[in-house]
Design a protein around this ligand. Structure first.
Ligand SMILES: Nc1ncnc2c1ncn2[C@@H]1O[C@H](COP(=O)(O)OP(=O)(O)OP(=O)(O)O)[C@@H](O)[C@H]1O
Ligand SMILES: [Mg+2]
Length: 360
């Protein structure tokens, strides 16, 4: 894993580039509040809860990371927020997704949701080619995104699109406006996606593995770009990744997901400094760069076993089958997500779903 394990303090307040005044004061305000979100997928063998009772808030100007192994429900959480669950099998069954100044996205009719997507909330994916249309120029597609949400003419939309291409670091933006997606490198295409996502100045941007498909150098460039744009625009980011190195570089707070549920929530420094849930401990130990510190020849740690199938979950704690610290109680009842009783000063900002840390 190429990126540094040590969390950088990407928080806009403490950044030397952070804008002073009103924006800085607004940090901490909740822009998106997800409460008790449960999302079901009707698959063969019966419905599964891909997301179960997930709650969190995304605050103004922050990057909140969601981390977990493949199949933990990270993408389904984001797609629930965007109203883009796979049809016809996906459905939000309970919970609310309150977006500031808009209301509960879980209740919005599709016509309203269409207006919200790309305007108040936008999303970027791992592979930009799946979101960019190969038969239109990138400039045309950014203009279309702008004109869908803003009553502007072609000239103004073009000017804004060129400005956005410039903002995301595309050289010769006037010329690149007329490029087709396949004429750009993977990194450039991801920059175009970010330009498109930010064109209407959304309140929040959901980024689902935005750099996983890119090589190391380009990955670092895109992450730096996202950090810079977040500082400059104040857009809050929900960043989904399986890579704790990316979390360390980007996020201020983290949710760790396992088999559809949140198992730990913490400020990034606390999570890296004192991980509580045995799953988080396992994820941290399997970071190659963290491992390198303890000796170049050391073998990579892996968490034993695999994420359980959602229609064959173990009784009690979902992690009990893989947990090195499992005890009787873990196999009897699922622990609640609660403030830990052994995390000292950091406890108020943290939550963990583990009987080892919530004894009552
Ligand atoms: N289109 C689909 N049809 C059926 N099951 C699905 C579909 N998409 C996701 N799932 C299931 O829903 C659960 C959550 O998947 P999700 O895509 O949210 O995982 P993820 O954490 O994003 O994983 P990854 O890191 O691989 O992207 C998994 O059990 C997955 O198999
Ligand atoms: Mg995913």
């Amino acid at each position: 894993m190429p990126t540094s394990p040590a969390p950088t303090d990407g928080h806009p307040v403490s950044s030397p580039h952070a804008p002073a005044g009103a924006f800085a004061e607004e940090i901490g305000r909740s822009v998106l509040t997800v409460k008790g979100l449960t999302t079901e997928l009707r698959v063969e063998g019966g419905p599964i809860q891909a997301v179960k009772d997930v709650s969190f808030d995304l605050r103004a100007g922050e990057t909140l990371g969601i981390v977990g192994e493949s199949g933990c429900g990270k993408s389904m959480t984001a797609l629930s927020i965007m109203g883009l669950l796979p049809r016809p099998i996906g459905k939000i069954v309970t919970g609310s997704i309150m977006l500031e100044d808009v209301g509960d996205l879980a209740q919005l009719p599709e016509a309203r949701m269409k207006a919200v997507r790309g305007d108040d909330v936008s999303m970027i994916f791992q592979e930009p080619m799946t979101s960019l249309n190969p038969v239109f120029t990138v400039g045309f597609q950014i203009c279309e995104a702008i004109q869908t949400h803003r009553p502007v003419g072609r000239t103004a939309a073009r000017a804004k699109a060129v400005e956005m291409l410039d903002l995301v670091g595309i050289p010769l933006p006037e010329l690149r406006f007329d490029s087709y997606p396949h004429q750009l490198s993977g990194g450039m295409r991801q920059r175009v996606m970010i330009a498109m996502a930010l064109a209407c100045e959304p309140k929040i941007m959901l980024a689902d593995e935005p750099t996983t498909a890119l090589d190391v150098t380009i990955q670092a460039q895109i992450l730096n770009l996202m950090n810079r744009l977040k500082r400059e625009t104040g857009t809050s980011i929900l960043l989904i990744t399986h890579d704790l190195g990316v979390i360390a570089k980007m996020a201020q707070r983290v949710l760790v997901m396992y088999a559809g549920v949140v198992v730990e929530e913490a400020p990034v420094r606390s999570l890296f400094g004192q991980p509580l849930h045995p799953y988080t401990v396992g994820l941290l130990k399997s970071m190659p760069s963290a491992n390198r510190r303890s000796g170049p020849r050391q073998r990579l740690h892996t968490i034993q076993g695999v994420v359980p199938s959602l229609n064959a979950l173990p009784r009690g704690c979902r992690y009990s089958d893989r947990c090195p610290d499992v005890h009787d109680r873990c196999r009897q009842a699922e622990p609640p997500l609660a403030a830990p009783d052994d995390a000292g000063d950091t406890a108020t900002a943290r939550k963990v779903r583990c009987w080892l840390h919530c004894k009552t």
